[in-house]
Design a protein around this ligand. Structure first.
Ligand code: BES
Ligand code: MN
Ligand code: MN
Length: 463
């Protein structure tokens, strides 16, 4: 593509300034006190799509936060790329662990990014990665090099389960029809090793409540004689994994896809340093399911993790009390073929079964979603692979991701198209954590690689 590198070089300061303006808006979808900011962010995204050359841009209202839709149709005979991303972000807390304010973006050098990284909530997940697509579109329209049609669908509820998006996709399937879906909301292996995410894990998220006595009790008067809901909850949770760290819920593994020896051998070839992994996390050993490597444990194997646990007295000093209730939030990452609704049901039945006399348990399902895998022999994958080759000088490595983007499986069901996950983030970017950041290098490389995807996708479609 003509002038790609020079266009980015000329406009990179503006590209960063615009992203900064987007990152300043605290679009935390989980916290309703940010409602106004989330809506302002939708407006910002809509304006940016207009400026980048979309012919039509709409802010589509839903029962929750709006979906921003934009399109540029060059010729209905040409293929269509649907770009998906999200403008909402995770809550920023705990604030005290940030070195700079989460919604006041700054560029600072890091060991990995001596040229600088953008620090802000959403820098990588997903504002930075989503905005790369807007700037890639700007480049293609302003230099008259957009080789196909493009549709953008940017939502504001990804971090809270995309429930309204599912309805939108169901009711607007025709409007959204496309030849490939393109998403940058995942990561790559390392700064100089591009990869394409070929799988995402599914998710079942539940909240549990254990109730013992009808009120908080004096732990001396009653201690030892009644079930303490916190003790019981801890025991019940501990029993959900056996000594090999396999999940004990009956039927949990029934539909788990087992990878062939060859597939596992291919996965093991991806560059990975266990020493580095441990070092960056400050741990002396890794931990997980027996018989699987670290990279298998965090991608092709299902998990069960407590995400939060509370109850009783947690204030200053001590209070001798047996709480009436204990709670936990638990997530299970699922792999292809495990049905998230079935797993939620299995969990519920099992958890209720193992509750001892003396307590009552309640299991409340939250959101969930199916896992996803994409084969590497389709045109979209090949186009992405060629694009990376041009900008990194290497072909990308296919890699299963451990995270979840539940809507991707639904896209396949409802729109019948495959999704290509061209992620430019790094594991060290600290998404969802304090000090989230995104390398300036990664941001600009994304803007450079995306137009080439369009070019090759259009070319391969003609053949
Ligand atoms: N962008 C992430 C998902 C992701 C990150 C996939 C890195 C692969 C690699 C997304 O925004 C996310 O956080 N998804 C949630 C699920 C959602 C239902 C809250 C997740 O994975 O926890
Ligand atoms: Mn994301
Ligand atoms: Mn996220």
């Amino acid at each position: 593509m003509k002038n790609l590198k020079s266009y980015i070089e000329t406009h990179k300061t503006r590209f960063l300034d615009e992203l900064f303006a987007l990152l300043k808006l605290p679009s935390v979808s989980a916290d309703s006190s940010y409602k106004k900011d989330v809506i302002s962010t939708a407006n910002f995204v809509a304006e940016s799509l207009k400026a980048a050359g979309c012919d039509t841009v709409e802010i589509c209202e839903t029962d929750g936060y709006p979906i921003v839709y934009g399109e540029k149709i060059m010729d209905t005979k040409l293929p269509t790329v649907l770009v998906y991303g999200h403008y909402d972000v995770q809550p920023a807390d705990p604030l005290e662990l940030w070195d700079s304010a989460p919604f006041e973006p700054i560029i600072k050098p890091t060991e990995l990014h001596p040229e600088g990284a953008i620090f802000a909530r959403g820098a990588c997940d997903d504002k930075g990665q989503m905005y790369m697509h807007v700037k890639a579109l700007e480049f293609m329209t302003s230099t008259s090099q957009l080789p196909c049609n493009v549709k953008f669908m940017i939502e504001g509820e990804e971090e809270v389960g995309s429930e309204n998006l599912a309805t939108f996709v169901k009711t607007h399937a025709e409007k959204l029809c496309n030849d490939v879906i393109l998403i940058s909301d995942t990561g790559m292996i390392s700064k100089d090793t591009p990869s394409i995410t070929t799988g995402l894990r599914g998710l079942s998220y539940v909240e549990v409540e254990v109730t013992g006595p009808n009120r908080d009790l004096h732990s001396g008067i009653y201690g030892g004689a009644v079930a303490n809901p916190i003790n019981i909850l801890a025991k019940m949770i501990a029993s959900l994994q056996d000594k090999d760290n396999r999940i004990t819920i009956p039927g949990f593994y029934d539909n788990v896809e087992e990878l062939s020896h060859d597939e596992r051998a291919a996965m093991a070839k991806a560059p990975f340093s266990l020493e580095n992994y441990k070092k960056t996390l400050d741990i002396d050993a890794v931990y997980g399911e027996k018989g699987y490597s670290t990279n298998e444990r965090n991608s092709i194997r299902p998990t069960l993790d407590v995400n939060g646990i509370w109850g009783g007295y947690t204030g200053e000093g001590a209070k001798t009390v047996i709480a009436s209730k204990a709670y936990a939030k638990i997530s299970m990452r699922l792999v292809p073929n495990q049905n998230h609704e079935e797993i939620t049901q299995l969990f519920k039945t099992h958890f209720e079964t193992i509750a001892p006399d003396g307590v009552r348990v309640k299991v409340t399902p939250h959101h969930g979603g199916q896992g996803y895998v994409t084969p590497i022999d389709n045109i979209g994958y090949q186009a992405a692979s060629k694009a990376y080759y041009d900008t990194f000088g290497k072909y990308p490595i296919p890699q299963r991701g451990g995270g979840s983007i539940p809507i991707v499986a639904l896209f396949e069901d409802l729109l019948k198209s495959k999704t290509i996950l061209m992620g430019f983030g790094l594991d060290s970017d600290a998404i969802h954590s304090p000090n989230e950041h995104f390398g300036v290098f990664n941001y600009l490389k994304g803007i450079e690689t995306i137009p080439l995807f369009y070019k090759y996708f259009a070319e391969l479609n003609q053949k």
